[in-house]
Design a protein around this ligand. Structure first.
Ligand code: IVH
Length: 669
């Protein structure tokens, strides 16, 4: 690679890694496997080492990731929360051991092997035997204070057993979501129409970020603690202190081994590489640590991680099998996903028959053909994916994939919007999975909140009892009783729930219609401005884009929606059944009198409300919420830890800052 090319690749890798970091740590929705991530990072580190003139303090290679969530108070770690050097190669483990032996010649070295738990790192502070604070890793320097959530975890002691514990110390570990609880949670989420967690780690991360600890308490989180920090620890070595911590009441690693040499280390690694599938929680490798604190001190740290420990990561399990055919699934939004049918093969404890191929670009990139032998991997996703083709095994029998042109459900010609990876079926109102998807969205909790399971919607549509959301309001108890598993009481409940939804306020009804790009906030903004479905129906693109925050893409989507006769018929049915299709007088008074078209920018963290709640309040009371400060901003709603650039800007533009309490005064007073 030429110097120029290397620099371009460095920039590209930094962008990619920033993006995947955010997906992983902030959104808990990774799109690539840990292995793929680590490969990219490794490539970046190597290129940066070759090009020292091109360093950047903000490069992803300089950080340990970031899971800072603005909703929680941020706390500085007393001891920085470092991560470990990672490797997938056994040679590097051998090098690690050799390096240590060389640095500490003639010393007797004990290595401690532990499982590398695949969860969320946490630091717990205890003062006088009482849990006082629990903080996530964050960026390694400061993290989120999630103490009230962590206190709900049953295996974490709030008070320690013995009086002989150090006055103050920190213990670090990993919060996990055990397999059985994870499967149960996802099943419940599926029934409620909530998005599924891709894996137990995401479920643990997502749960810790919940604002209400009462919900956290209902989830079966668990925690292993594997690292103690403090001034007056009882022993001078890691293993012995962990054993002591067990007596104090902590759950410490139960699969742990003291090793004298590299052979014993590999024995532990090899054993757990196969045995991990029998554990009730996920691990993604083995951690090897030097036991003695003195030796740890002598070995010291690099900028990012200790020299006295290393993490060996297991490869995601792969299997090779034959690709028999490809099915095309039509999602609830009309998106097409190609799914491979495979010759059944055993992978990580389960038999795999199907795997995702994502989209047509992916098929082209992998150059997958029917009858090829393909590699299947279980990554972060729920269903396995095809990650490569064994081209040596390709025979003349292999057939190129012809991507479909028409929707397999309704025969409509597919479209592909520029910039989007997936093909779509545009037949929103006539394609069966899309019909079901729109009804499911309509009844979901944040929309009309009608209590019906996905299977019920499916059965109602299949039996032709309903074709669109308007039909729901003409269902009778007798209709419902024709469905399997429905009896008098459950049928009454469903009818009552439909009846109750007639009280749902207009902005939520507008959101429930499922107009593309009209999410909750957009629906509230438009409802506050336009007041009724009639006005929205008659509005032009220009009138809609006149509304603050409404751009052309949204406006066009709304106009298109009301240009479709099928949608107009749905609105007519909703009108007849008495759904709220305009802002009621109360809502209007509130909207007009309180924040009266004022524009707010929210910044920092708040005590009493989440940022989303504050946004909702602003819109509810007729105000506008924007992301950046300009001369049009009326107020900066300011919490803790506001960024310096925002402060500077409000000062320059002379924009008043108000506190959370002052804001509440404005709407309640
Ligand atoms: S020791 C100074 N032990 O894996 C390093 N970490 O990249 C202290 N992890 O940051 C960490 N199991 O989040 C340690 N038995 C174990 C672990 C473990 C999982 C996590 C932890 C750490 C990361 C390493």
């Amino acid at each position: 690679m030429s110097k120029d090319k290397e620099k371009r690749r460095i920039e590209q890798l930094r962008e990619l890694l920033h993006h995947h970091n955010h997906l992983y740590y902030v959104l808990a929705q990774p799109e690539i496997s840990d292995f793929e991530y680590d490969q990219l990072l490794k490539e970046l580190i190597e290129l940066e080492e070759k090009n020292p003139d091109f360093t950047d303090a903000n490069s992803p290679s300089q950080r340990v990731g970031n899971d800072i969530n603005k909703e929680f108070e941020q706390v500085k770690h007393k001891y920085p929360m470092l991560s470990l050097g990672n490797t997938y190669s056994k040679e590097e483990v051998t090098d690690f051991e050799a390096r240590i032996k060389k640095a500490l010649p003639n010393e007797n070295i004990e290595f401690i092997c532990e499982l590398k738990y695949d969860g969320v790192a946490i630091g717990l502070t205890y003062k006088n035997g009482i849990l006082t604070q629990a903080v996530t890793r964050g960026d390694g320097v400061q993290g989120d204070d999630v103490t009230s959530n962590v206190k709900t975890i049953k295996s974490i002691p709030l008070k320690l057993n013995k009086t002989s514990v150090p006055d103050e110390f920190e213990i670090r570990g990993e919060i996990l979501f055990p397999h059985d609880g994870f499967l149960k949670l996802n099943k419940e989420r599926e029934q409620n129409g909530d998005p599924l967690f891709a894996n137990p780690r995401n479920a643990a991360a997502g749960t810790l970020k919940i604002q209400k600890s009462s919900i956290v308490a209902k989830r079966p989180l668990d925690c292993f603690l594997y690292f103690i920090l403090g001034e007056n620890l009882p022993h001078h070595s890691h293993y012995e202190n962990l054993r002591e911590a067990k007596n104090w009441g902590f759950k410490v690693p139960e699969h742990i081994k003291k090793c004298k040499n590299i052979d014993e280390i590999f024995e532990f690694i090899n054993y757990w590489d196969t045995e991990r599938k029998n554990l009730p929680f996920d691990i993604d490798g083995v951690v090897i640590k030097v036991n003695s604190y003195k030796q740890q001190r002598d070995l010291g740290f690099t900028a990012k991680s200790p020299r006295w420990a290393i993490a060996y990561k297991f490869q995601a399990e792969q299997a090779k099998t034959k690709l028999l055919s490809i099915d095309y699934q039509v999602g609830r939004t009309g998106a097409i996903t190609p799914v491979a049918n495979l010759e059944p093969v055993l992978l990580a404890g389960t038999t795999v028959k199907r795997a995702s191929l994502h989209n047509s670009d992916q098929i082209n990139m992998l150059d997958v053909r029917i009858n090829d032998y393909v590699f299947v991997e279980k990554g972060g996703e729920i269903i396995p994916k095809i990650v490569g083709v064994d081209k040596d095994l390709r025979t003349p029998e292999s057939k190129a994939v012809e991507y479909i042109k028409k929707c397999p459900e309704c025969g409509t010609e597919l479209v592909r919007v520029e910039g989007e990876a997936k093909h779509y079926c545009p037949n929103e109102t006539g394609c069966p999975p899309q019909i079901k998807g729109r009804i499911e969205h309509f009844i979901s909790r944040r929309a009309m909140n009608i209590g019906a399971a996905e299977a019920t919607v499916e059965a109602l549509v299949d039996k032709k009892l309903i074709q669109d959301v308007g039909d729901l309001y003409f269902l009778t108890k007798e209709d419902v009783l024709t469905l399997e598993r429905f009896a008098e009481k459950s049928a009454n409940n469903l009818i009552k729930s439909i009846e109750d939804s007639k009280n749902v306020p207009f902005p939520r009804v507008l959101y429930a219609l499922g107009i593309r790009y009209v999410g909750e906030t957009v629906a509230k903004t438009i409802a506050a401005e336009m007041k009724s479905i009639e006005d929205i129906k008659n509005a032009s693109v220009e009138q809609l884009t006149d509304i603050h925050e409404i751009g052309e893409r949204i406006a066009e989507s709304i106009v298109n929606y009301f240009n479709n006769d099928k949608n107009l018929k749905i609105i007519d049915k909703l009108k007849i059944s008495g759904i709220n299709l305009e802002i009621t007088e109360d809502e209007e008074v509130a909207a007009e009198n309180k924040l009266n078209g004022q524009t707010f920018v929210i910044s920092g963290t708040f005590e009493k409300h989440s940022r989303d709640e504050l946004k909702e309040l602003i819109v509810k009371f007729g105000g506008k919420n924007t992301g950046s400060i300009s001369s049009k901003t009326n107020y900066l709603l300011a919490g803790e830890n506001i960024g310096p650039s925002k402060l500077e800007k409000v000062k320059k533009l002379n924009i008043p800052m108000i506190t959370e309490d002052e804001f509440i005064q404005m709407i309640e007073g």
